[in-house]
Design a protein around this ligand. Structure first.
Ligand code: SAM
Length: 291
């Protein structure tokens, strides 16, 4: 029986055969631990009825494990040098389709409509390139793709920021942006030794389950996210200072502070203590005053 692509020996043989050299600039750290890969796929709870979307298949180590569990897999790979390798490694999996494309430039709604059946259960399963984790994640969330769950490997620190709760050091605008669209939880950590080449940072698997509807009501999504970002502009400063500075051309500092107080948020608090519900309420009063 052929060994898994991820086995260190087979990975080495594939890389050597094709004379492949890793590009650090593309975040190429390939996983060589089949157990970890199987656990990532298990986290998405896919069945033969499910479709999987993968970003950055590399030589196909994770793609192979998804292909064993799901009905079909659509993968986006930016590095054209990997295409002939994937053609070979994915040969036993005809239900895998590779797009030679930068996922950030892809029209994902059109790709999903063309490849999967309407209403099919969909999951994103990926070991994300670290240099573009946040842009990729926000694209997947903001475009409101019909995806049930996303299970993704990323830098531990980013996973912690996404899943963070108010009052913790990791809590910030990324936590709120991500948790507005999905429930986030860290499933497990992955040691550096599970990759070739080994990355400099620790990694974790994050599961994001898409919400049917956002947990809070906001007047305007773009304004809400902008307001949250402004509140966190300088983390060590108070929300009163950050917000009044952001809107200094439109209102005086006492006016901005009065709006915060009107929603029960003391201007002396720091944004990291303010919950998503409080931010939503604040975005309403500032929106009503400013528009
Ligand atoms: N899935 C493989 C694994 O787990 O071993 C490889 C993961 S590696 C961390 C990230 C992969 O994403 C690389 O193959 C890289 O070429 C690809 N990649 C980087 N930027 C990308 C982008 N913008 N769009 C699509 N793929 C990208």
């Amino acid at each position: 029986m052929t060994k898994d692509i991820a086995s260190p020996k087979r990975t080495q043989a594939i890389l050597e055969k094709h004379g492949f050299r890793f590009k650090k600039s593309l975040g190429q750290n390939f996983l060589t631990d089949s157990n970890i890969l199987r656990n990532i796929v298990a986290g998405a709870e896919v069945t033969k009825e499910s479709g999987v979307i993968e970003i950055g298949p590399g030589i196909g180590a994770l793609t192979e494990q998804s292909a064993k569990e799901a009905g079909s897999v659509l993968a986006f790979e930016i590095d054209q040098r990997l295409l002939p390798i994937l053609k070979e490694t994915m040969a036993p999996y005809p239900h895998v389709s590779i797009r030679s494309q930068d996922v950030l430039k892809a029209d994902l709604h059109a790709e999903i409509d063309a490849f999967f059946t309407p209403g099919q259960d969909l999951a994103v399963i990926a070991n994300l390139p670290y240099y573009v984790t946040t842009p990729i994640l926000m694209k997947l969330l903001e475009e409101k793709l019909p995806v049930r769950v996303m299970v993704m490997m990323m830098q531990l620190e980013v996973a912690e920021r996404i899943a963070a709760v108010p009052g913790s050091k990791a809590y910030g605008s990324l936590s709120i942006a991500a948790q507005y669209y999905a429930e986030a939880e860290t499933l497990f950590r992955v040691p550096k030794t599970a990759f070739v080449p080994q990355p400099n940072v620790d990694s974790a698997i994050l599961r994001m389950t898409r919400r049917e509807k956002p947990p809070v009501d906001v007047p305007d999504e773009a304004f809400f996210f902008q307001f949250v970002q402004e509140a966190f502009t300088q983390r060590r400063k108070t929300i009163g200072n950050n917000i009044s500075k952001a809107w200094q051309h439109r209102m005086t500092k006492p006016e901005a502070q009065a709006l915060l107080e009107a929603e029960g948020v003391a201007p002396s608090r720091r944004a990291e203590s303010v919950s998503m519900e409080e931010f939503a309420a604040l975005s309403h009063v500032f929106w009503n005053t400013l528009t």
